[in-house]
Design a protein around this ligand. Sequence first.
Ligand SMILES: Nc1ncnc2c1ncn2[C@@H]1O[C@H](COP(=O)(O)OP(=O)(O)O)[C@@H](O)[C@H]1O
Ligand SMILES: [Mg+2]
Length: 493
Amino acid sequence: MRISNPPVASSLMATARSFGNYDLAAALADLIDNSIRAKAQKITISFEPEENDVVVRIRDDGTGMNRDELVKAMRPASANPEDPRDAADLGRFGWGLKSASLSQARVLTVVSWNETGHTAARWDIDNLEDWQMELTVGEQAKKNLSKRPNSISGTEVIWTHCDRLLDKDISGNIDEQLNDKISHAHKQLALIFHRYLSGEAKKNFCIQMQGIDIKPIDPFLSQHPATQTIDDEIIRLKGTEIISVKPFTIPHFSKLTIEEKELLGGDEGLVRNQGFYVYRNKRLIIHGTWFRLVPHGELSQLTRVRVDLPNTQDKDWKITLDKSDAQLPPILRTRLRDFIKGFSKRSVRANRRRGVDLTVGKNEPVWRRNAYNGRIRYQINKDHPLVWQMLSEAKNQEIAREALSLIESCLPSEMIADDQGKNKIEQVQSISDPEAFNALIDAYFLACVAQSEDHPTLREVIEFTKNTEPFSSQWKYTESYIRNTLKTKWKLK
Ligand SMILES: Nc1ncnc2c1ncn2[C@@H]1O[C@H](COP(=O)(O)OP(=O)(O)O)[C@@H](O)[C@H]1O
Ligand SMILES: [Mg+2]
């Protein structure tokens, strides 16, 4: 005997909300994938705050859907992941639209229009009896839009009852919470779709969020004159399938402007974001990992390796539903490991070349004072050659950086202020012992040697040192030590 045993609608849809660990950016990215597949050129995303809710609208000017297509699109598991797909297809499981949306909202409405007219469909998590879906056409369907369609065809996905987007339990301003999420998502999308936004993957494509065009964030800084790269390496898999791999060494942090550093996630981000950048149809699906092929920190922090996958690889890479994660198929492990080994040597060289920059004579303090929004933070200058050298030689980069952050965050500022206020204790923080100071100059000199291509000359050492703390403030002493002792000790020319 065979009997029908369908899932309970409300339970299945409630489970679908947690498929794939979507955050706001990942959920939006999944809808953008759909829009790109529907040949959209312009996508606009808006967040409209309402009393105790926010309405999110994701509109595209793609091909749109007619009634039957929309009904099918709204069906959970609308496609079989095993079916072959068009090479440019960014979808896979036939769940994206539904689970991405429901991961953020309890009600999903999709309005789509083309030459056949307007159709709207709605899933409401709290009203799912027997898989009943609301469907309207024509004027009735149009009523869901807050702005008239400005393209002959297109689709608007609307999220309401956004319980996951607004965390009402967290005290604090809802607007502020939302703004934080929006700005985080903005940056993520700028990275995920950077090859689309730059025109590489698609001409004249744009995503606008809250009225602002999203500018691409290129994690390889490929247009920067100091970025190094080599030609793509093609790895052939079965049949005609190929994976292309291209390594980049981004310029040393000291060569980046504050804006460039900021774009790449600041000092922390620069270190954390080394690794493979895996793209599926030029859309970033995973980044900042070496897939345990290289221990974190062993390779230069400046290395990023671009891996381009066709979408036929999904099964081998175990692409997850939200496409945010992938595992390396065994056949590729060895190939990539060898590849990385060869490349790491180059990357170390670029890391060293930084020494050249020292001659520019820019001021290198030990502490940086950052004032932001009326708040002041003292941070250890990680570009100080001695600190930089320590970090680059540290066996475990993460621990070394965390230790520095710890020192920064536990700066005994209250005690200092208190002691200075009382004015009774003389603070002796600077090095007053000449032996210790000489040792510091020696260590600094060795750090400079490690960071230079060639052995520095006497003139260069003086240049390197003159503007660096604490030598600059003890310059007379430092200079005489360099000229009289260091020069003979290291046979400087
Ligand atoms: N913005 C859109 N424009 C046109 N068609 C769409 C759009 N979004 C979704 N669709 C249709 O809905 C189907 C289901 O989408 P989705 O649930 O994301 O699954 P998948 O992307 O894996 O196919 C898509 O295959 C597509 O045909
Ligand atoms: Mg999809």
